[in-house]
Design a protein around this ligand. Structure first.
Ligand code: UFG
Length: 323
C-alpha cells in the first residue's frame, strides 16, 4: 500500500487518480487546502495531519505501507514570507514527524515534492540539479531543509528517497473531473482563465522591467499529468531498488514569459484579456527554466505536454466548474 500525504490537494489528487490503477492507495490529508471531492474513490481516505503522531500511528499500525509520497507542504512563496512560522512548522517540523513515524514502522521509501524555489535566483539559462541552492524565501528554505534532512536520514538510517523539484505546475486531468482549485488563487494560468470566463475583471502583470526579451518573468510550465507520471517512475525506481537516493528537476525545458502565457490563453480560448501592468511582485526571479535531462537519462521520464495542452486541459476544467 502507498501512503499519499496531501492526496486531496491539486498535484496529489492527480497522482492518486493514476496511482490507483497500479497500487492500493491511502490518502492522508487535513483538508486545509485540499478538497475531499478531488480524491479518487478507489483510494482509502483519512482526514488527519502529518504532524500528528496519533493520526500517523493509526495508519501505520493498520496498513502495510511500502512507500510514502509527500505532497502536503505549503507552497506559496508570498505567503511564506508573511507567515514563516507556518512554513517551518508544517513543512519542516511536520515532515520530521512523518519521517520519524516511517522509521518507527520500518518504512524506508519516500518521495518528496520539492520546488524550483530551492535554487533562489540562478544565473544560468537552464537549471540543473547541481546548480547552487540559495533559496530567497521561507518556502524554498523549508523545502531545502527537508532535502538536507533526507540526505542525513539516508546516511544514518538507510532511508531511500527521491526529491522532485517542480517548476510551475499547471493544467488539469484529461477527464476534467479534477483540476486546480486554490482559494484564494494566486497562480498565473488559473487567474488568466478565470478572467477569460468572466470571474475576474482583469489580469495584473507583475513587472515589465525584468531582464527578459519582453520584460516579464519567464517560467517553465509543466502539466500536472506529467508530474504524476514522474512520481510513478520515481516510485517504481525506489521499489525496484534501482535508486536509493535521487534529486530531479521536473520541467518542460521551455521558458514562457507572462505575456506569452496570456497570449497562449487568448489563442486557446478564442477570448481577449484585459491586462493591467503593475509593479513587480516581491521575491519573483526573472527566469526559472529547468533542465530535466537527469531524470530522462536515469528514469526515462520527459515532459509530454506543451503549454497549449496545459492551457486547453485547464480551460476544460475551469469551464466545467464555472460558478
Ligand atoms: N503573475 C502575474 N500575475 C498574476 C499571477 C502571477 O504577473 O496574477 C506572474 C508572477 O509574477 C510570475 C509568473 O506569473 O512571474 C508565475 O507566477 P505563479 O504565481 O503562477 O507561480 P510562481 O512562479 O510564483 O511559483 C510557482 C509555485 C512555487 C514554485 C515556483 C517554481 O507557486 O512554489 O512556481 O517555479 F517555487
Amino acid at each position: 500500500m502507498i501512503l499519499v500525504v496531501g492526496g486531496a490537494g491539486y498535484i496529489g489528487s492527480h497522482l492518486v487518480k493514476e496511482l490507483v490503477k497500479k497500487e492500493q492507495v491511502i490518502v492522508l490529508d487535513n483538508l486545509s487546502t485540499g478538497h475531499r471531492y478531488l480524491v479518487d474513490e478507489r483510494a482509502v481516505f483519512v482526514q488527519g495531519d502529518l504532524g500528528n503522531r496519533a493520526d500517523l500511528d493509526a495508519i501505520f499500525e493498520k496498513y502495510p505501507i511500502k512507500a510514502v509520497m509527500h505532497f502536503a507542504a505549503n507552497s506559496l512563496v508570498g505567503e511564506s514570507v508573511i507567515k514563516p512560522l507556518k512554513y517551518y512548522q508544517n513543512n519542516v517540523a511536520g515532515t520530521l514527524t512523518l519521517l520519524e513515524t516511517m522509521l518507527k514502522y520500518n518504512v524506508k521509501n519516500f518521495i518528496f515534492s520539492s520546488t524550483a524555489a530551492t535554487y533562489g535566483i540562478p544565473n544560468v539559462e537552464m537549471i540543473t540539479e547541481d546548480c547552487p541552492t540559495n533559496p530567497i524565501n521561507p518556502d524554498g528554505r523549508s523545502k531545502l531543509m527537508v532535502e538536507q534532512i533526507l540526505a542525513d536520514f539516508a546516511a544514518a538510517y538507510s532511508l531511500n528517497y527521491v526529491v522532485l523539484r517542480y517548476f510551475n505546475a499547471a493544467g488539469a486531468h484529461e477527464s476534467a473531473e479534477i483540476g486546480e482549485n486554490h482559494n484564494p488563487e494566486t497562480h498565473l494560468i488559473p487567474i488568466v482563465l478565470q478572467h477569460l470566463l468572466g470571474q475576474r475583471e482583469k489580469i495584473s502583470v507583475f513587472g515589465t522591467d525584468y531582464d527578459t526579451p519582453d520584460g516579464t518573468c519567464i517560467r517553465d510550465y509543466i502539466h500536472v499529468t506529467d508530474l504524476s507520471r514522474a512520481h510513478i517512475f520515481a516510485l517504481e525506481a525506489l521499489l525496484d531498488g534501482k535508486k536509493k537516493t535521487a534529486i530531479y528537476n521536473l520541467g518542460n525545458g521551455l521558458g514562457y514569459s507572462v505575456k506569452e502565457v496570456i497570449e497562449t490563453c487568448e489563442r486557446v480560448t478564442g477570448r481577449k484579456a484585459v491586462i493591467e501592468y503593475t509593479d513587480r511582485r516581491p521575491g519573483d526571479p526573472a527566469r526559472l527554466v529547468a533542465s530535466s535531462q537527469k531524470i530522462y537519462e536515469e528514469l526515462g521520464w520527459k515532459a509530454e505536454y506543451s503549454l497549449e495542452d496545459i492551457i486547453a486541459s485547464a480551460w476544460k476544467w475551469h469551464s466545467r466548474n464555472v460558478k
